[in-house]
Design a protein. Structure first.
Lengths: 159, 159, 159
């Protein structure tokens, strides 16, 4: 390959590495935003019409509904007792301006001086690239309680 | 450095970054494959002669033995009650077409509506680069139950 | 952009990716060093004057105090019963030769044949680049027990 072609190919490869690490960073921003009660920052990880679908709890659409959840009594009580919303082991597939991540999420909750593993879920995050960077278009969270739906989210990543 | 030398050095550096992120991706594929019961996908993360050595449970060699374990009663019962096989905090050292990762693995198991931290292990993964990409040559898993073996796996990474 | 400018810009971008992955690697070295009882390796993740501030336990300054903690009775008893010090979901911001990471840390402790989630903390790591690579200048660990301080560490990352 001549030098110019090599450089153009490198630009593309570096862009893909940057995308992958930007998506890790976005996913690793979720916990700090949620657990500090930074409702606006948490909500704005999504697109303006973004969806957070947590089947056994609720489905929220758009920044206002998301902010209201993070400002709501249930979430505030949880983080004021002490909680960690952990996003773990992101499997990421990028396709131009779209990307999908499959991972686990956990909620560890502080109760009476001990920590309880409160929620363990499988997650699919659908991302889009906006002018300001990657945002969540839809996040689907299913409790790993033996349901077929929760396993199916994980299975799609390895088909 | 002249431009051509800089470009050749960059190619090498970008290749190393790609390798590291490909190894993260491989390791983060394990959980989704195991917990969705995708026995073939899980087994094929290993080389054809790959070994999964879980001292306190079993040692499996090759795709067929690995598939049989993921299709077996114990594993199937676990994932049908709800389980998360988490691979966490990969410390990765790459050396050409070989690489070693040291990390923790956890199994969170759903039982009677609660989640239990069932297994916590130290792990060493030996990888080789094949024509289709990185594969596991050997994975060694030792329960962190106070045994010297489990600590030794972690110690090797920081010698 | 002409070819030379493109190459210079790529060098900078690749350097930033390498920094980010080097910081992940440093953070993912902590657990293996601590849980294998590699006191010297653990201590030397910090700068010579580095601080580990764990408000509810102690504050250590410099390699000697850090080594003494990892060699001390409490830590040794913990790892000889079986423990996993997990560093999880690093949110990393790099600024030249300084960097800050915000993440969760967990201690899973083996007790009577079971695993207990013993500690769940928010963490801020301040790094500096030394001639030998990135080191920890200060690590601040606050138990997520409902305290404002623990939430504030997470909140700073998303301001």
């Amino acid at each position: 390959m001549d030098l110019e072609s090599t450089v153009r190919a490198l630009e593309k490869r570096v862009g893909e590495l940057e995308d992958r690490l930007a998506i890790y960073q976005l996913m690793y921003t979720y916990g700090p935003a949620a657990d500090s009660g930074s409702a606006k920052a948490a909500a704005h990880l999504w697109t303006a019409d973004g969806v957070y679908d947590v089947a056994d709890v609720a489905a929220m659409t758009g920044h206002r509904e998301l902010e209201q959840m993070y400002e709501g009594k249930t979430h505030q009580a949880l983080i004021h007792k002490g909680a960690a919303h952990l996003t773990a082991s992101p499997h990421v597939v990028i396709n131009g301006d779209r990307a999908v991540a499959t991972c686990y999420s956990f909620v560890f909750a502080h109760e009476d001086g001990n920590y309880k593993v409160w929620r363990v879920s499988s997650n699919r995050w659908d991302f889009v690239r906006e002018s300001a960077g990657w945002r969540i278009k839809r996040r689907t969270n299913r409790l790993l309680d033996g349901s077929e739906q929760a396993r199916a989210i994980l299975g799609r990543a390895v088909e």
